[in-house]
Design a protein around this ligand. Structure first.
Ligand code: VIB
Length: 230
């Protein structure tokens, strides 16, 4: 076992499939975890409208994300894994949803503004990608999207020590950098390595998964870029 450079908090086998996926997107990954939004979040200087916009769009992302976890309860190939996904769903309802709702109050965003907003293009594309993974009923496809979305967030949240003062900023960082969150990401990575199809048996399935991986990393960058675009 060894670690890669970026994503070093998580153990991956150096000659495994996940390591190869990681290498294929190292530049885009680095661009995402060092994004202006991340730097301003740590500094506590994110413009109020940018923070509002980001969280409103991310709440829409969150909805499809929950569907993916539900699909993993349905399609994981082992009982232990199903139980792990079910526990994560329960935790998200308690912690993540509470953060969103409290933050919308702090930022003065009404339910009418955050429940059915117009989707930005990256949000719509991300939702399409997640909804396709759900429709595929394929555990590896679901895992690829989950690993990118969760590992990349762990990576940026652990990238700096000092946290900002305000709840809305600090809370978003803290949600993604606990020991528990790291354990969850490690679980996802082990699962993806375990079920990843071997080239010989399923060459085209492996290519499909690699495509999904690259698309997810690109969309993470686009999701951050979008809040500065208008
Ligand atoms: C665009 C975007 N990508 C990834 C995440 C990460 N994420 C989604 S749900 C969740 C809860 C933890 O299991 C986390 C960390 C995000 N929020 N927004």
């Amino acid at each position: 076992m060894t670690t890669t450079g970026i994503g070093a908090l998580i153990e991956v086998s150096a000659d495994g499939s996940v390591s190869a996926l990681m290498r294929s997107t190292s530049e885009q990954w680095a661009a995402a975890i060092n994004h202006r939004f991340v730097r301003e979040l740590f500094a506590g200087t994110v413009d109020e409208a940018v923070m509002r916009d980001y969280l409103v769009q991310d709440y829409q992302f969150f909805e499809s994300f929950l569907s993916m976890l539900g699909a993993c309860v349905a399609h994981a190939d082992e009982l232990d894994a199903k139980l792990r996904f079910a526990r994560q769903l329960g935790m998200l309802v308690a912690d993540e949803d509470t953060y969103f709702v409290d933050s919308f109050v702090e930022l003065g965003v009404d339910p009418s503004d955050y429940l059915r907003p117009e989707l930005a293009a990256p949000t719509a594309r991300f939702r399409d990608l997640m909804d396709s993974a759900v429709d595929s009923a394929s555990y590896p496809q679901l895992l690829v999207v989950l690993v990118v979305a969760e590992w990349l967030y762990l990576d940026w949240a652990e990238s700096q020590e000092e946290v900002p003062q305000r709840d809305v900023h600090r809370g978003w960082i803290d949600l993604h950098r606990s020991e528990t969150f790291r354990g969850w990401v490690q679980f996802l990575v082990y699962e993806l390595e375990r079920v990843f199809p071997t080239e010989n048996d399923h060459g085209s399935e492996a290519e499909d998964l690699a495509r999904t991986w690259r698309r997810a990393v690109d969309l993470e960058c686009a999701f951050f870029d979008n809040v500065y675009d208008d």
